[in-house]
Design a protein around this ligand. Structure first.
Ligand code: MG
Length: 257
């Protein structure tokens, strides 16, 4: 079994840096980043002393709609025969602890807790068998959605793309097996979504194979694998947490624009 490694991206002394976690409270600094070659540096920093950043800088986020049967049922939509893809822009990305901002244009903004797959190297026409080699690691992802605008518009771009609508983190976790992990979303401490990734209709490797037939995936790109049932709205003052077994917990407060 491969060892689990948790990389983090953060602000230290005013500039961006990468490191990996030692235990739960300390970071070992690295020179470079987990997407390429890196050297381990001497300093050990307290996790509490840094401001965590999103653990990837995607050129695009490829999100998958209706990839859990129970969610398709709750929104009364037919299960897709192939993965249903949409894009979220890189400008929507925020990190752990950053605020999700409710835009004035929407009266209903929902959480969607999802497993995020971060791409590690350029991927085009990758086979399922080979997909593993293109994965940098996993993150908790919240596919924040302006539900009223999603139903109003035929295309989902507006509903899915507001700034702050792509929280991810807290860490980039390598070396885990993603096929049967517990995933929960909590709103103000109450569990509102609960599933296992074994319930995904199109699992991680199938998604990489499918998406890479359409577009070239670049290092840092994120695949948001879809949400389960229990979607619901967030209000200013709320706090939302996506927790995935072995991946971690991503918490974000919700504020008014
Ligand atoms: Mg989603």
């Amino acid at each position: 079994m491969t060892e689990i490694e948790r990389f983090c991206h953060f602000i230290r002394e005013g500039s961006e840096a990468w490191g990996y976690l030692i235990g739960e409270e300390e970071i070992k600094l690295i020179k470079g980043d987990p997407f390429g070659e890196y050297e381990v540096e001497d300093p050990i920093i307290a996790l509490a002393d840094v401001k965590l950043l999103p653990p990837a800088k995607p050129s695009k986020i490829v999100a998958i709609g209706l990839n859990y049967r129970d969610h398709a049922e709750e929104v009364k939509l037919k299960l897709p025969e192939e993965p249903l893809m949409f894009l979220k822009p890189s400008t929507a990305v925020i990190g752990p602890g950053d605020s999700i901002v409710i835009p004035p244009m929407s009266q209903r903004v929902d959480y969607e807790g999802e497993l995020g797959v971060v791409i590690g190297k350029e991927a085009k026409n990758v086979s399922e068998e080979d997909a593993e080699n293109y994965i940098a690691g996993y993150v908790c992802f919240n596919d924040v959605t302006a539900r009223d605008l999603q139903y109003k518009d035929k295309q989902w771009t507006r509903a899915k793309s507001f700034d702050t609508f792509a929280p991810m983190g807290p860490f980039l976790v390598k070396g885990i097996e993603p096929s049967d992990l517990e995933l929960t979303t909590k709103l103000n401490g109450t569990v509102v979504q609960s599933t296992r990734t074994s319930q995904l209709i199109f699992p991680v490797k199938a998604l990489i194979a499918f998406i890479s037939q359409v577009m070239t995936l670049l290092p840092g790109d994120v695949i948001a694998t879809g949400t389960t049932s229990g979607i619901g709205p967030m209000q200013p003052g709320d706090e939302v947490t996506v927790t995935i077994e072995e991946v971690g917990s991503l918490t974000n407060p919700v504020v008014k624009a």
